[in-house]
Design a protein around this ligand. Sequence first.
Ligand code: SF4
Length: 184
Amino acid sequence: MTPKDEPLIGSILSEDEIWSCTTCGACEAECPIFIEYIDKIVDLRRGMVDEGLVPQSLQKPLKALEKRGNPWGKMEKKRAEWTKTLPETCDVKLFENGDEAQTLYFVDSITSYDDRMQNIARATACLLSAAGEDFGILGKDEKDSGNEIRRFGEEMLFQDIKFQNTEAILGTGVTKIITADPLP
Ligand code: SF4
């Protein structure tokens, strides 16, 4: 069998190699002859996802993202729970309650749900409050930013979540977005 006839996946590249890349970009940044490689890895993953070749470890978080908009499958209504322990001086508006504001603070999943990361959300909210920013959060209407979903090659799910976030954001009428987790 010539190299041309060999299947790319499982022969030239192992499945493990394809899923091991974190798409950090370090290799492309350092490559002296500017070989671009990451988009091809992500394309290979898209093809594998289409064929149902998703690693076991990714199946559960991807299902949870599809169902609940976060990789742990936590309830949407708990997305804004971190706001309940804010000091009285911090005022966070909730668009899901019909509040209006000029700026959206897009919190994203890990900062919304993870006990330690919630401190980032609380600190950001207090900082914005102290600076006099008129801002609010989407709460249960916010979905994951989709960055990892896209890197995993689940393009359809990414587009779906992006659409839901876009609709929710457009519905608020905000003119600015602040986030620590940029939307892809
Ligand atoms: S982008 Fe390059 S350096 Fe980063 S994990 Fe993938 S192969 Fe490694």
